[in-house]
Design a protein around this ligand. Structure first.
Ligand code: UDP
Length: 312
């Protein structure tokens, strides 16, 4: 069995490649390395089951040979990254998804879309279940990511219904763990970088906004189960333990002897006030739920970040 993983050198893409290889798959990773990094897959390069090709999947995707599964994980995913690259973000969600679906159709392969909780925008209901249609500002700064992923879901369902491609869609909530870029601008890497550098921690807004953080191994387990299931409609995968940003900062600072002070900065436009997955569907159809708590996950992630920081 051979899988193509777009964004295979990214944070989630590379963990997915690891999992697929451990399950016996041959894997071809495609990445243009705008946010992915070679070092995420360096340990796989000698493995005959793994290959990586530098490719921009927003352009035509050319993959020789048979393919059994196309998993589309290519996209900037940090708000800072997609604000810096608004047009590539729109293109990879729209054109990249179209090309990846086209590849799946041409190869008679299954297709898996990495979608996002951002489809729910700044939600008016909490927790968010898959039936909620969302509250997204299409023309705000985050719209480039949110709308591209909403389009990607629409395109995936159209290929499923019209071309009969065998598709899956996961809506991924905030995820953390080793291989996140220390400079990707998201809350956890920012706070850790600031704490390691002795700089004040930048909390946006009053810090009362909430998020729910899932450790990467839990997320990949949920994704693998969804991949192997028969479910075509979007499925939330995330950790339902919801905390405020201020509580999150406090949990991180417990790992530092001389914690720096907190400074408050303006809340970015359209920053969701609450985010928490309803995972009843994943529990029911995939028999999945997260196992790694925040204390353990932070411990594992900090070991990684501290090693990366020392090398800088
Ligand atoms: N955030 C923050 N300080 C930072 C980075 C992020 O307070 O240095 C906040 C951000 O405004 C948001 C939350 O942390 O409310 C999570 O942001 P992140 O960029 O990790 O991803 P998001 O969940 O917004 O996609």
């Amino acid at each position: 069995m051979r899988a193509v993983v777009t964004g295979g050198a990214g944070f989630l893409g590379s963990h997915l490649c690891d999992r697929l290889i451990s399950e016996g798959w041959d894997v071809l990773a495609l990445d243009n390395l705008v946010t992915g990094v070679d070092s995420n897959v360096a340990h796989l390069l000698e493995n005959p089951k793994f290959g990586i090709q530098r490719a921009d999947v927003s352009k035509y995707i050319d993959v020789p040979g048979t393919v059994d599964y196309v998993l589309h994980f290519a996209s900037p995913a940090s708000p800072v990254d997609y604000l810096k690259m608004p047009i590539p973000t729109l293109k990879v969600g729209a054109l990249g998804t179209h090309n990846a679906l086209g590849l799946a159709r041409a190869k008679n392969a299954k297709f898996f879309l990495a979608s996002t909780s951002e489809c729910y925008g700044d939600p008016e209901v909490s927790p968010q279940n898959e039936d909620y249609w969302g509250h997204v500002n299409p023309i705000g700064p985050r719209g480039v990511y949110d709308e591209a992923k909403r389009f990607a879901e629409a395109m995936t369902m159209a290929y499923h219904r019209y071309h009969k491609v065998d598709t899956r869609i996961v809506r991924i909530f905030n995820t953390y763990g080793p291989r996140m870029r220390l400079n990707d601008g998201r809350a956890l890497p920012n706070f850790v970088f600031q704490a390691l550098s002795g700089m004040p921690l930048t909390v946006y807004g009053d810090g009362k906004q909430t998020r729910s953080f899932c450790y990467v191994s839990d997320l990949i387990e949920g994704i693998y189960r969804l991949m192997m299931s028969d479910e075509h409609l979007p499925t939330n995968i995330g950790n339902p333990q919801e905390i405020t940003l201020l509580d999150f900062v406090e949990r991180i600072l417990r790992h530092f002897d001389n914690p720096p002070p907190i400074v408050f900065k303006p809340l970015p436009q359209d920053d969701p006030k609450r985010r928490c997955p309803d995972i009843s569907k994943a529990r029911r159809i995939l028999k999945w739920e997260p196992r790694v708590g925040l204390a353990e996950g932070l411990q594992l992630t900090l070991v990684h970040f501290k090693a990366v920081f020392r090398k800088k």
